[in-house]
Design a protein around this ligand. Structure first.
Ligand code: PGA
Length: 250
């Protein structure tokens, strides 16, 4: 079904100071010229979320957090709760990014509990999955992604909005991307797995591709079957590149 809008989400990771707010203003200006079927979201570091949310106010652009804790509140030094993101005005929260899985040892079960915390707070979780290069090379990509989906998506997501980002670990920040055939194979498998578990609700779920998306390859990648947008890292820091990706995905 092609009624799903495209979502182009920018994951700024640990980048961005107040000097980046000019880029946000340029993104908001550019977003006004995008077709209404393309939505933009900016996920800045938590320190900038309040200012970025103020800068996008009144526009079609939304914001998201890059992570949240699974608990509602409590003694978790350095962490941020889903309610805190919601209060600041975020619409999305990225959970299970491979950098969180690798740097912080987050298991699928932890990712699922974070996604659930996001859902309970009224956020839309962007749940990330993706294979390593070793897994790709040994031909276990579909198996790995299926396992991650099963255990990283909470059952409660079946009644709520959520987004899946397929991000091959070996494509993140490397300039390497899978072929369109490889992207299609995984996205079609993800849709089938969601359908088997959640029925027709699966048709509402936006499936993003992420990993070295740039203006030069977005046109090709964003029109692969079952690709409903992109999760963009490096190229989301500059308004010109981010907007060019959004335009190419229309
Ligand atoms: P990249 O990152 O676009 O810089 O490869 C994507 C991501 O990690 O979400």
């Amino acid at each position: 079904m092609s009624e799903r809008n495209k979502l182009v989400a920018g994951n700024w990771k640990m980048n961005g100071l107040r000097t980046s707010l000019g880029e946000v203003r340029a993104m908001v200006e550019g977003a006004a010229n995008l077709p209404s079927t393309v939505q933009l979201a900016i996920c800045p570091p938590a320190t900038l979320l309040s200012e970025v949310t103020a800068a996008i106010s009144g526009s079609s652009v939304s914001t998201g957090g890059q992570d949240c804790h699974f608990a509602v509140s409590g003694a978790h030094t350095g962490d941020i709760s889903a309610d805190m993101l919601k209060e600041i005005g975020a619409r999305y929260v990225i959970v299970g990014h491979s950098e969180r899985r690798a740097d912080h040892g987050e298991s699928d079960a932890v990712v699922a509990s974070k996604a659930l915390a996001g859902i309970k707070a009224g956020l839309i979780p962007i749940i990330c999955v993706g294979e390593t290069l070793a897994e790709r090379d040994t031909g276990t990509t579909l198996e790995v992604v299926a396992r991650q989906l099963t255990h990283s998506i909470p059952d409660e997501a079946g009644q709520k909005s959520f987004v899946i980002a397929y991000e091959p670990v070996w494509a993140i920040g490397t300039g390497r991307t899978p072929t369109v055939e490889q992207v299609e194979e995984v996205h079609v498998a993800i849709r089938a797995s969601l359908k088997a578990r959640f029925g027709e609700h699966a048709e509402t779920v936006q499936l993003l591709y992420g990993g070295s998306v740039k203006p030069a390859n977005a046109g090709e990648l964003m029109h692969v079957r079952d690709v409903d947008g992109a999760l963009v890292g490096g190229a989301s820091l500059k308004a010109a590149d981010f907007l060019a990706i959004a335009e190419a995905s229309a």
